[in-house]
Design a protein around this ligand. Structure first.
Ligand code: ADP
Ligand SMILES: Cc1cn([C@H]2C[C@H](O)[C@@H](COP(=O)(O)O)O2)c(=O)[nH]c1=O
Length: 783
């Protein structure tokens, strides 16, 4: 039993969908758009249903019968690409259609990205439309009778219509139509695009939407073209364009300069591209030196990228992670007179040395090094200072001495109190700081929560000297019941089943211990996932997502799942709720000021949802992905594999927790942290990579699907360092569970490959891997 030390609470992170769950689901929503105007079939013009004409508006008029009884309206939606213009346009016309009005959608026939018969958003929402070369042809195409019956005209990609101004005037002023226009206000050079701006003076309302910058996640007002193509009109999506934030005037000058002179091939690289490359450089092994070399290429490259000086400590990317201070030996400590202010650093990845002049060591001593940042103590006042050895940046913290004095004060106060009351027993008199230290150690163990409770139970002094987990079960990561999984009872007994009388059992993956807990909450909640042992529940009546610490009873509320329903791709067949409830991975993060945020990726979505506790609606990432594999939550972040469509290198991505500072929380785009070896077209073995957690690190499992199965295990850390050939030969008696997790009606289902043919250099290694399409009863397995 003790050998079952699974890599992650795989089983706990399972999906409980009780058999009667459908009864609890909100009614599935109507398809997003019910337009009264039937979609046009190509080449044929279909008339508008006369019954649907909104008489209250007078039905419009083509001008033949005179002016309409109702005035028209013009609403303009502008913004950069990916800002949600099309989404807003479709939402608007949906509302109009919902009131019984006849709606027609038009887009430019230049935009052939998704075919010509529909308007499609970047999320894949699709609505039938008329694709036209110019707007003036609309009435002819539709026929006068049908045109008269149209109440609302939606125009997408308005920047491509030269006759936009005339058409809007005519449609709204003469024919009494409501015209909703969506288009780019500016092109990739931030110049006005087409005649979208010309209709602003005609408009009843103007909405400027913003996107999220793909590089920094901040609000993006403009569109950046990623290619060197200079013609204004260039149809494309995320392959060619990305949203971009405002530049500083210095940056803008650099762009102008680059645009006005004849640039050398290198110097003309766009600043955004340079920033992108710089980011990549900063992810390397010797990232700081490479970054400095990179910036040294030319003034344009320098001015387009962030100077590390001054940001060495505050920007983690500049931390000299792999550099360590080299002990000189021969009694020569940093600051020793013989070193004349110089110290040497050594790069743990590349083996490179650098010699740095740091006279500061004369009156500072080194206490530690964090991410390569030195933690110094100043001699004269014991101030603690962080020093970036290469940028020279310094950050001051309080004197170390202040810790000493607090401890002294507490000691005497405690001693007085103790003496006044009684002669303490040897155990009870343990100093509270010592108790706190021991408690920390206890909390690092395998069965840490139970041990901690037992530890606190020793006496009231021990209890009062240590933190009570109740109330802090979710906000304090140390109290997360990491190794505990909810045990499937089998026999159709899902949590909340009447026969269980509110009890559920948990199983410790490290020790094999069981506990039985009374959680009547399950009566109207179902479990969607488990993160670090914290259960992710969905409340039946309002679909609210709630985190529950099963042992402390702490609960934290998140927005209803329902608010995410609109993000489930309309292309998916079947019940959207089923997709939405299939949580691929979720992760909990607690910020320094104890705000708890939850990130989750549901299999029905191409974005990652996130929210902080107490919020009313889920937010979604401004970016999306099409295909990901093996998502794994680890230490508050999400890791995943992006397989390559053909024979490129599959990528391992990391999603960091939502950024909560600033006006609106946002989710940074995924960071590429490593690449896996590519499959080769000539090999009959296709390798699939998946991620598992083992002994507090991530392993990359290469599953081979060919005739000659040869599965291998690697450390993600090695992949990150580009060492892709070093295999893990021993997983210390642990077991790996690979594949989809699904805990349904008491059965555990692992999907993967059979058999567990994991050998390294011809020898069977300790530890075992479970692959297989097997459905088995956990009871049988664990006995
Ligand atoms: N870089 C991106 N690539 C693809 N899709 C994106 C990107 N950034 C955002 N999106 C998605 O595009 C959606 C907006 O799509 P859409 O309404 O078609 O925008 P617009 O018409 O303004 O270009 C966003 O809600 C988001 O889900
Ligand atoms: C910035 C810019 C864009 N385009 C093209 C690219 C797309 O095909 C459309 C915009 O589509 P969206 O619905 O707003 O995403 O316009 C262009 O031709 N030139 C440009 O400078």
């Amino acid at each position: 039993m003790s050998s079952i030390c699974a890599m992650r609470s795989l089983l706990a992170a399972s999906t409980f969908l009780r058999s009667g769950a459908s009864r609890l689901r909100p009614l599935s929503l109507a398809p997003p758009f019910r337009l009264n105007l039937s979609r046009p079939s190509l080449g044929a013009v279909r008339p508008v249903s006369a019954a649907a004409v909104d008489k209250s508006r007078g039905g419009g008029g083509s001008g033949m019968e005179g002016r309409p009884s109702h005035p028209g309206e013009i609403h303009v939606i502008v913004g950069p690409m990916f800002a949600g213009k099309t989404t807003a346009l479709l939402r608007r016309v949906q509302v109009e259609a919902g009131t019984g009005r006849n709606v027609a959608l038009i887009k430019s026939d230049k935009d052939n990205r998704y075919g010509l018969d529909s308007v499609v958003t970047h999320d894949g929402t699709k609505v039938a439309c008329w694709a036209l070369p110019e707007l003036s042809s609309f009435q002819d195409k539709l026929g006068t009778e049908a045109y008269d019956k149209v109440d609302v005209i939606g125009i997408d990609e308005a920047q491509f219509f030269d006759d936009l101004h005339d058409f809007c005037c005519k449609a709204a002023d003469r024919d009494g139509k409501i015209v909703v226009v969506a288009g780019l206000d500016g092109d990739y050079k931030r110049n006005k695009f087409g005649s979208v701006l010309d209709i602003i003076p005609l408009a009843d309302s103007v909405t400027k939407l913003t996107a999220r910058c793909e590089l920094c996640g901040r609000r993006a007002f403009f569109t950046l073209r990623k290619t060197r193509e200079t013609k204004t009109e260039l149809i494309g999506g995320a392959d060619v364009y990305m949203p971009r934030r405002r530049r500083t005037s210095a940056d803008a000058d650099a762009v102008t300069a680059a645009a006005t002179r004849d640039p050398s091939p290198w110097e003309s690289l766009h600043e955004d591209l340079l920033e992108l490359i710089a980011w990549r450089v900063l992810a390397g092994d010797d990232h700081l030196r490479d970054y400095v070399r990179f910036r040294a290429v030319c003034p344009h490259w320098r001015s387009s990228t962030t100077c590390p000086r001054g940001r060495g400590i505050v920007d983690r990317r500049f931390h000299p992670r792999r550099w360590m201070l080299l002990p000189e030996g021969h009694g020569l400590y940093p600051g020793h007179g013989k070193l004349r202010g110089f110290v040497r650093f050594f790069n743990l990845s590349t083996g490179a040395f650098v010699r740095v002049h740091l006279p500061l060591f004369r009156d500072h001593c080194v206490l530690d090094s964090v991410d390569g940042i030195l933690l110094l103590q100043r001699d004269h006042d014991t101030a603690i200072r962080l020093l970036h050895p290469f940028t020279g940046d310094i950050m001051d913290f309080p004197p170390l001495e202040t810790l000493l004095s607090k401890r002294r004060r507490r000691t005497s106060a405690d001693a007085d109190a103790a003496a006044a009351t009684r002669d303490p027993s040897p155990w009870e008199s343990l100093h509270e700081d010592l108790l706190e230290l021991i408690a920390w150690r206890v909390l690092a163990g395998d069965d840490h929560l139970r041990d901690y409770v037992r530890f606190r139970a020793v006496c009231s002094h021990w209890r009062s000297s240590t933190t009570c987990p109740r109330g802090r079960g979710i906000v304090d990561r140390r109290f997360h019941p990491r190794r505990w999984m909810l045990l499937p009872e089998g026999h159709g007994l899902y949590p909340g089943h009447g026969k269980l009388r509110g009890f559920v059992r948990f199983f410790n993956l490290s020790t094999g211990a069981f506990v039985r807990v009374h959680l009547p909450l399950f009566r109207d909640h179902c479990v969607l996932d488990s993160v670090d042992g914290i259960l992710l529940l969905q409340r039946d009546h309002d679909t609210a997502i709630r985190l529950l610490h099963p042992f402390t009873g702490d609960i934290m509320d998140f927005p209803p799942l329902e608010t995410l329903l609109r993000y489930v791709s309309s292309k998916l067949v079947g019940d959207k709720w089923d997709y939405l409830r299939r949580i691929g991975a979720a992760s909990i993060n607690v910020s320094a000021d104890q705000v708890v945020s939850l990130m989750m990726w549901s299999r029905g979505m191409v974005q990652v949802a996130f929210a902080t506790s107490g919020e009313r609606e889920w937010r979604v990432s401004s970016w999306y992905f099409n295909q990901i594999f093996s998502p794994l939550p680890f230490q508050g972040k999400l890791y995943m594999v992006r397989p390559h469509q053909t024979y490129g290198e599959p990528e391992i991505l990391r999603i960091d927790p939502p950024q909560l500072e600033g006006t609106e929380p946002w989710l940074p785009p995924p960071t590429l942290i490593a690449k896996c070896p590519a499959n080769t077209p000539d090999s009959d073995n296709r390798v699939l990579y998946c991620l598992v957690e083992c002994d507090s690190e991530i392993l990359v499992i290469a599953l081979s699907s060919g005739v000659h199965k040869k599965n291998s295990v690697y450390r993600l850390a090695d992949f990150v360092l580009g060492r892709r050939t070093i295999q893990v030969t021993n997983i210390g008696g642990n077991a790996i569970f690979i594949g989809k997790r699904n805990l349904n009606k008491g059965q555990i289902r692992f999907q993967g490959l059979l058999p567990a043919s994991w050998r390294v250099k011809g020898k069977w290694r300790s530890g075992c891997a479970f692959f297989g399409f097997s459905t088995y009863s956990p009871k049988a397995h664990h006995s």
